[in-house]
Each structure stands twice: as structure tokens, then as C-alpha cells.
Ligand binder design. Structure first.
Ligand SMILES: [Fe+2]
Length: 496
């Protein structure tokens, strides 16, 4: 305002780029760029300190990190209805290419992000370096594992859910205590969810992970509420569907997703397929939005006839048909199923008697048997299931019949541990020996925080289980605790 009196202090506008930048959904010709304006990210109303009006945000895409060769630029309007988030859905880019991007509004410029497009259809892709992450409870530890993940310079990051948690401060305490607090109440309203995403995204290690590579993200339960199933909450609560719609809208606003995944009423189109040349097809699943309610009253470690009732489903019929059709027609070298909860059978009760986690595929045995049969019978090659949720690193072989160790191995499952959830963890656990003894198809199970790094090539996938020794203070180093190789044409896991 030119009429301001000299020396009369006006509040200076502050930097709106406090929650970083991101990209996602790479195709051979495009990618989504993301940011959100939030000069006061912890504002209780969820609007990040932004006023009611629209704001013009310029973006630039360059082929070099110093932006000497800007390839594209444009302007998007950030509006209050979507909490001043910005999604730029680019098309017409070159395949298999690295790009850099940034945003500007007024005199402020965002950090720079690196992204890339997928190789073209039929192109020889070389090596795809991918990192897989899940379960980042902000209060349970520092996001050091995200920092190390960024330093791997992956081509792609797969995030398998529990990106954020819904609890009020100190409602969910790690075994060794929490290191920091959530802002705001348990997330129920759209404003709550927006504020919580903003808080997480102020974390510099998470910002580094987003800026390092394009992401493919799916949710699990905590993006909304613990162990929800379609329209059914774990605990009765008023107006759960309004809460669900709010959580979904905030998820879309805060993730680098395409327009096709924008919320429609209480629904959001999350399951999708992403191709990486002829090397890999990603089938990204949504095992929350369409599932039948958990069997056995949802009790961990239980068993009941409902578990094996074939009319119950973890994917819903439509998604199952889409997946099975996609696998039947896939010509990719590797078919990678990115999804939420543990797929392989896991008897969690040590010794005699059996008990299962009814929230995982063990609670939906009919769905699992249909998918295992399809993986066995379809022409889809080399299926690998990628999973989060467990807060453990885990490697398992998917057997044709889990109770018959001599039956064929149909696929491999690789589970990435949590980024922080459950705190530091331990090198050994009292339960591990029993788990491995009762479940011979489980080859590795480890209770540290970290992420999975995979090098995917025509002839093999090499998976490294990366761990940090602690998250209760910053600065932990990273190391590989175990490595497995899956060879082209052989679903078995080889420890290397
Ligand atoms: Fe989790």
C-alpha cells in the first residue's frame, strides 16, 4: 500500500513456502507438481495463515538445477476452497527425463524440487532405483529416515500410507515415549486435517524426501482414523462419513495427485496403475475404501469363520476385477503391487493354536486366494507385493497354500518398516523367533525404523532393508540390515 505512513509498522507478509514442494504420478509424458501456501502453517483453522482471496502462483520447470534452461513456465491460481494448495498437472514432457521445478509468488520463491518422467512404452529402462516408505508418526521420532531416503537420489518414492496420524498430542505414545507433540485436537474436521498435514510438512527431512523424487502415494488407515473399513469406523462416532470426506479432501490437497483423484462426495479414486517403460507396472491398491468390516470383532490374534468367508472382500469387487484384468494383460517385466496391509499369512500366536491380524489380508482370505490364483494363472510375470503398516521390515514368500510349505511360491512380499512409528525399536524382539518358527515362509522380520531401497533391473530386483539405530534424537546414520534378490522368472527370495 503506497499510502502507508513512513515509519508506521505494517505487518510484513511472510514466506508462504513453509511446507515445501512435491511431485508425483510420473508418466512417460508428464508429472504433477505440488505446493501449498501457508505462511503460518500451524494456524488452527487449517488455512495456514492465508486470507480469503485467490493468489497467483507462478511455476517453472527446468532441465537444470540452476534454472538456466527453463523448459516450461505457467501460473496457477491457489484458492481457499483447496487451502491454497497448487497442483500443476503437466503433459507433453519428454520420457525418461530428469527435471527441476520451483514456485514463486510475490517476492517469495519456493525451494527447488527434482522430479522425472517415466521411460516411454517399450523403452529399455535400465535400472529403476526406488525407495519405499510408510508409517511416520510425527510424535514417535525424528524423520531421519526420510533424510537418508532423499540422499539415495531415488528415481521414485513409493509411500504406502500412515503418512500422518490422527491422534491428539500424547494419545499414541511410543514405547520409549514421544519426542514431540501433534498440534491441534484429534483430526476430525477438514480444518483439523489441513492443520495436521501442514505440521508434518514443516519437517525439513520430510520436505527433503518430497523434493528428491516423484512420489506415488496411497493411504492406509491413519490418513483418516485407526482401522476404518469403508463406511465403518473402528469405534462408533457421530458423522463418520463427514469425517471421511474431510480426510480424503485434505489428503488430495496435500499430496501430488492428479485431478482424477479429487474427492467426489465421500469417495476418492486412489487405486490406479502406473507404468515404468516395459520394466515395471505398479498396481497401487486401496484396501481401505471398499473393504468389508474386519472379522472376529477386529481382535488382533484371533480366528473365526468370518475370516475365510469368500463373500467378504478387502478390495471390493470393482477394484478386484480391475486388478485381475490388469494382471492378465500386463506385459511388464515386473508387476509391483503397492498396497497397505500384510498380504502373506501370519500366525501371530506363538506355539500351539493360531491367531491372526483381522485387519490384514489374513482377515480377508477369500480376496487373497482369488489374487494368488490370478497371479499363478495369469501371464503376469514376476509379481512382487510391497507393503507398509507393520512397523517392521519383513520379507516373505507368498505360497500357493500357506499351510503347505512344499507348495509353490507364487510371489514375493517386501514390507518396509516405519519411518518413526513405535520409536527406536530394537535389534531383536522376543517374538521374532516364534514368528519365524510358526511361519516358515517368512524369511526376515526386523524391528528398526527405516525404509526399503530397491534396484529394479531386467534380470533381478535387489532389495536392501535400510535401518537407522534410533529416531528418539536427530542425526542417526543409516545402514543396510539385510538384502534380498529376486531373479527374473523365479519368485523365491535369495538372501545376499
Ligand atoms: Fe502405521
Amino acid at each position: 500500500m503506497s499510502g502507508a505512513l513512513p515509519g508506521c509498522a505494517r505487518p510484513r507478509p511472510t514466506d508462504p513456502f513453509t511446507v515445501g514442494v512435491a511431485s508425483g504420478e510420473p508418466s512417460a509424458s508428464g508429472v504433477v507438481l505440488w505446493t501449498r501456501l501457508a505462511p503460518n502453517p500451524l494456524a488452527e483453522d487449517g488455512f495456514g495463515g492465508m486470507g480469503p482471496g485467490p493468489v497467483e502462483v507462478e511455476w517453472e520447470l527446468a532441465v537444470d538445477e540452476s534454472f538456466r534452461r527453463v523448459h516450461r513456465r505457467g501460473t496457477e491460481t491457489a484458492v481457499r476452497e483447496s487451502a491454497h494448495s497448487v497442483h500443476v498437472e503437466l503433459e507433453g514432457l519428454a520420457p525418461g527425463r530428469e527435471y527441476f521445478y520451483r514456485f514463486r509468488t510475490g517476492s517469495y520463491q519456493s525451494p527447488v524440487g527434482r522430479t522425472r518422467t517415466a521411460p516411454g512404452p517399450g523403452a529399455h529402462a535400465g535400472t529403476l532405483t526406488m525407495c519405499v516408505a510408510s508409517c511416520a508418526q510425527y510424535e514417535h521420532g525424528y524423520f531421519t529416515a526420510y533424510r537418508h531416503l532423499a540422499q539415495e537420489h531415488p528415481d521414485l518414492v513409493l509411500h504406502l500410507g500412515d503418512y500422518r496420524y490422527e491422534h491428539a498430542a500424547q494419545d499414541y505414545v511410543a514405547p520409549d515415549g514421544n519426542v514431540r507433540d501433534h498440534a491441534g485436537p484429534e483430526t476430525v474436521t477438514l480444518g483439523n486435517y489441513r492443520q495436521r498435514y501442514a505440521q508434518y510438512k514443516t519437517d525439513p527431512d520430510l520436505q527433503a524426501a518430497h523434493a528428491a523424487a516423484p512420489w506415488l502415494a496411497v493411504w492406509d488407515d491413519h490418513e483418516l482414523d485407526n482401522n476404518w473399513a469403508d463406511e465403518i469406523p473402528e469405534m462408533p462416532q457421530p458423522d463418520f462419513l463427514a469425517r471421511r470426506a474431510a480426510a480424503f479432501q485434505a489428503f488430495h490437497e496435500n499430496m501430488p495427485l492428479r485431478r482424477i483423484s479429487a474427492t467426489r462426495g465421500i469417495d476418492l479414486q486412489l487405486y490406479r496403475r502406473v507404468d515404468w517403460g516395459n520394466l515395471a507396472s505398479f498396481f497401487l491398491l486401496d484396501t481401505r475404501q471398499y473393504r468389508s468390516d474386519q472379522p472376529c470383532g477386529g481382535r488382533f490374534g484371533s480366528d473365526c469363520p468370518g475370516r475365510t468367508d469368500p463373500s467378504r472382500s478387502i478390495t471390493g469387487g470393482e477394484q478386484e476385477s480391475w486388478l485381475l484384468d490388469g494382471l492378465r494383460s500386463s506385459s511388464a517385466r515386473w508387476n509391483l503391487l503397492g498396497q497397505q496391509v500384510f498380504f502373506t499369512q501370519l500366525d501371530v500366536r506363538p506355539g500351539a493354536g493360531r491367531g491372526f491380524n483381522p485387519d490384514a489380508w489374513d482377515g480377508y482370505v477369500g480376496s487373497r486366494e482369488r489374487l494368488v490364483a490370478a497371479l499363478r494363472d495369469s501371464r503376469a510375470r514376476n509379481s512382487v507385493i510391497l507393503t507398509g503398516d507393520m512397523h517392521r521390515h519383513c520379507a516373505a514368500e507368498v505360497k500357493e497354500r500357506f499351510d503347505d510349505p512344499a507348495s509353490a511360491t507364487i510371489a514375493a512380499e517386501l514390507v518396509s518398516t516405519s519411518i518413526t512409528s513405535e520409536g527406536d525399536g530394537s535389534e531383536t524382539e522376543p517374538t521374532t523367533a516364534a514368528i519365524l518358527a510358526d511361519n516358515p515362509h517368512i524369511r526376515f522380520h526386523h524391528n528398526r525404523r527405516g525404509y526399503l531401497r530397491a534396484a529394479i533391473q531386467d534380470r533381478e530386483i535387489r532389495a536392501d532393508f535400510r535401518v537407522v539405530p534410533y529416531v528418539s534424537r536427530p542425526g542417526a546414520p543409516v545402514e543396510t540390515r539385510a538384502s534380498f534378490v529376486i531373479e527374473n522368472g523365479q519368485p523365491a527370495l535369495h538372501r545376499s
